[in-house]
Structures are given as C-alpha cells and as structure tokens.
Design a protein around this ligand. Structure first.
Ligand SMILES: *Cc1c(COP(=O)(O)O)cnc(C)c1O
Length: 230
C-alpha cells in the first residue's frame, strides 16, 4: 500500500509556502539535524525561493539536473546526489556535487575515489544500505556495506561520513520503525570501523519524524517542502 506523498499538497508552490514549509520542518528537527531539501524535478526558481528562505543544502537525483542547478545557484549551496549513479556520467557530475549519498557498491566507491583524485575534488559519501521490503530499492546488504567499509576506509579524496537508507514504502509503522532501527544499527557497525562516519541520512516526506526519533542526522525531504513532483 502506498503511503507516501501527501496528495493534499498543491503543485507549483508559491514562495511563501516554500518558506513556511521550510520553517515547519526545521522547527521539528533536533538541533544539529541537517535538512537536505530534495529539489529534484522542481525548477530552479523553486530552489531559489528555498535559498532565499535560508536553505543551502539541496538533494538531486539526476546528473543533468544537478549540473544545471548547481551552475545556476550561488556557490555557498551544498549539493547532495541521492539518485542512482551512472558511472559513465560520474565525470560530469562530480564537480557539481559535494556529497554522494547513494553509493551502493565497492566498485562505485573506488570509481568515485579515482575520479575525485583525477579532478582534485574531494567528496563526502554515504554508503547506502538496503533494508526496505521493496526489491527495487538500491543499496548494499548490511553485511556487504560493512565489508566495503573495511576494504575502502582509506581511499583517497573520499570521506565516508555515514549510512543512507530508506524505510519500506508501506502503511505499517512497525515495519517503518524496524527499518530505521536496522539502518541505525548498520550505522553503529560502520562507526566501529570508521569512527568519524557518524551521520545517518534517513527519513523522507512520509516518514521523517520517525527517522529523527531513530537518530537521523540528515533528513531528505522533497514533497513536504516543494509540493508534489510532476
Ligand atoms: C526523492 C527522494 C527523496 C525525497 O522524497 P519525498 O518523499 O519527496 O520527500 C528522499 N530520498 C531519496 C533517495 C529520493 O530519491
């Protein structure tokens, strides 16, 4: 059963709404909690409205979009890539982003490191874990993520800063809580290997309060800020 995407949210939000949505989300985040405003599929005008309301950290899932938006926006923005990384587009994407949250294989992590060295562009990464019920969601199995961290903890031009994950897209609070707890547990195991990798990126529009309750330090929120995507 689909639970996400508040259908009551109007499309093409006007600026006061984006600013108000940002205020509401920020007020509910714990201190030190970071909001990644997921602007994918929304026009750069919407990103500018959020910027004017003080938002600096944005999430995108497509290479063309992040490259274009990063070029159009002031340099004090931070761009998180949260989508599937196509390795043939990595070279084009890398200079536009500071954080790649969706690293889901050792091969990809090594490629990112090599490309970051080549471009002299250090990048922070999250290792993405798969715990959700849906098979389509990408990510490492928990044990594979830990194995990758052991093998790759000293790759150059890479800072592994934590775990990213998604809960199942279901109407079942118990399952969602169990998923966030499972992601947090992988985070604890990762910290035993890389003590500085303390961030937990989890929680989206439908479930971020639960993610925060389970220790999320980054939430990635699109719909609740910008409205429904086309
Ligand atoms: C699109 C997306 C989000 C934001 O989803 P909303 O439900 O609109 O808040 C968060 N994380 C990832 C990985 C996404 O692809």
């Amino acid at each position: 059963m689909k639970r996400r995407f508040s259908t009551s949210m109007p499309q093409n939000l006007t600026s006061p709404q984006i600013a108000e949505n940002l205020r509401r989300v920020r007020a509910a985040l714990p201190s030190g909690g970071e909001l990644v405003a997921v602007s994918k599929f929304h026009p750069v005008e919407a990103v500018k409205e959020a910027y004017e309301a003080g938002q600096r950290v944005f999430g995108e899932s497509r290479v063309d979009e992040v490259v274009n938006k990063a070029a159009a926006m002031p340099e004090d923005c931070t761009w998180h890539f949260i989508g599937h990384v196509q390795t043939n587009k990595l070279r084009r994407m890398l200079p536009a982003v500071q954080v790649i949250e969706s690293v889901d294989s050792e091969r990809l992590l090594r490629l990112i490191s090599a490309e970051a060295v080549r471009a002299n562009h250090p990048v922070k990464v999250f290792l993405q874990v798969h715990v959700a019920a849906e098979e389509t969601k990408t990510g490492f199995a928990p044990d594979d993520l830990i194995e990758c961290a052991r093998a790759c903890k000293e790759l150059p031009c890479i800072e592994i800063c934590g775990v990213m994950g998604m809960a199942s897209n279901v109407d079942d609070d118990e399952r969602i809580n169990a998923d966030f707890e499972a992601i947090a547990e992988v985070g604890r195991q990762l910290r035993a290997i890389i003590p500085t990798a303390r961030e937990l990126s989890m929680g989206m529009s439908g479930d971020w309060p639960q993610a925060v309750a389970h220790g999320a330090t980054f939430v990635r929120i699109g719909t609740d800020i910008f409205g429904v995507r086309n």
